[in-house]
Design a protein around this ligand. Structure first.
Ligand code: PLP
Length: 385
């Protein structure tokens, strides 16, 4: 069996979810909202199952969805994309990532990644034969500097895998950060796989800047999005890839033999959803922002040192200043067993030299769920001190 997968340990996500079930915990570990998602979009999907097309759709995705993606990104991100040659629909961002990495990396190629890493990245890079070069980001700002990039980037870098907004940190990288990264990508000849699944889930009036929009990056970026995150329907697994035609053509070859296509009814509903008014997207952000603020204020009242979340469904606390005698993983295990609240230790997102003091909570929950978690967290710091 291939050791990349055979030797993968049971992930901390599985461990925490099992403990959460056993101890009947409020689960703020997994990243999904407990709201069912927009009813009109779900109804469109239901109608499309009953009355619509249920056979193989086009391999690149329904043309109506590709047109809707182009119109959506034109409106929200000022991008001009050709739906015929620069957009492909995939079965979630995860398939887009797997296909991109398989299509772009040859064995021995050097790949720059940023820690904390989304869990799928490293196994996929390694399985494709890539040699990882890691940039280590640190709390509280999780930003990279010229020196950090100079240390990590080999002279010839094949691929850079970049997640913005960054899960688990909740950081949103703006134009200055992106310009710095773009310089290194151009100099080393890299193609950047931009995981932008959280592009709509950003707060405090921020606007998402896609790396592909920067000068010179159009020819070297693969932009990945996810309807699951845009519509808070994480189980839908409808993703999109945008790239210049010469790159997309190759990615389509990988997609052809991974899933070939994605359920057409969900695609039709996503096409409908992407055309919703600005009001829908702004309300969605405002609602998540309100949950973030409610939970952050509650955590601060209990004495948790919270790192401000700029985007995503996650807020982190950094226990370092509290002088506790346990690391993030033991802290999370104690939280779930003694306080019945599940969270995720951020060390799980590092492949080397982990940060061991940061714990991630998902705040994309109803008020009652967040308040129940806060009630249970009272006293959690006192007993550990
Ligand atoms: C950074 C990042 N990339 C990709 C994904 C997976 O997206 P999808 O469910 O569309 O496969 C997630 C889901 O949490 C994520 O946080």
């Amino acid at each position: 069996m291939n050791p990349v997968f055979a030797d993968l340990p049971v992930s901390v996500f599985e461990v925490m979810s099992a403990l959460a079930r056993k101890h009947e915990a409020v689960n703020l570990g997994q990243g999904f909202p407990d709201d069912p998602g927009p009813e009109d979009v779900r109804r469109k999907a239901a109608e499309a199952v009953v009355d619509g097309w249920n056979q193989y759709p086009s391999m690149l995705g329904l043309i109506e969805l590709r047109q809707a993606i182009a119109a959506h990104y034109r409106h929200w991100q000022n991008l001009t994309l050709d739906p015929e040659s620069e957009i492909m629909v995939t079965s979630g961002a995860t398939e887009a990532l797997a296909g991109s990495l398989l299509a772009l990396i040859e064995p021995g190629d050097e790949v720059v990644l940023f820690q904390p890493l989304y869990d799928a990245y490293l196994p996929l890079v390694k399985r494709a034969g890539g040699v990882p070069r890691l940039v280590r980001l640190e709390p509280p700002h999780w930003r990279f500097s010229e020196e950090m990039l100079a240390r990590a980037f080999p002279p010839k870098t094949k691929v850079v895998l970049f997640n913005n907004p960054l899960n688990p940190a909740g950081t949103v990288y703006g134009r200055a950060d992106l310009e710095l990264l773009a310089r290194f990508c151009e100099k080393s000849g890299a193609i950047v796989v931009c995981d932008e699944v959280w592009e709509h889930v950003i707060f405090d009036g921020r606007r998402h800047v896609p790396l592909i929009a920067l000068p010179g990056m159009r020819e070297r970026c693969v932009k990945i999005g996810s309807a699951g995150k845009i519509f808070s329907l994480t189980g839908w697994k409808v993703g999109f890839v945008c790239a210049a035609p010469h790159i997309l053509r190759v990615l389509a070859k990988a997609h052809q033999f991974i899933t070939f296509t994605t359920p057409p009814n969900l695609q039709a509903a996503v096409a409908y959803g992407l055309a919703k008014s600005d009001d829908y997207f702004e309300t969605m952000r405002r609602d998540f922002q309100r949950s973030r603020d409610r939970f952050t204020a509650g955590l601060r009242t209990l004495g948790f040192p919270v790192i401000d979340a700029e985007g995503t469904y996650f807020v982190n606390v950094d226990l370092a200043s509290l002088g506790l005698n346990e690391d993030d993983e033991s802290f999370c295990k104690r939280l779930v067993v003694e306080h019945q609240v599940a969270a995720i230790p951020v060390s799980a997102f590092y492949a080397a030299e982990p940060i061991r003091s940061v714990v991630r909570f998902c705040f994309a929950k109803r008020d009652a769920t967040l308040d129940a978690a806060l009630d249970r967290l009272a006293g959690a710091l006192k007993r550990a001190a």
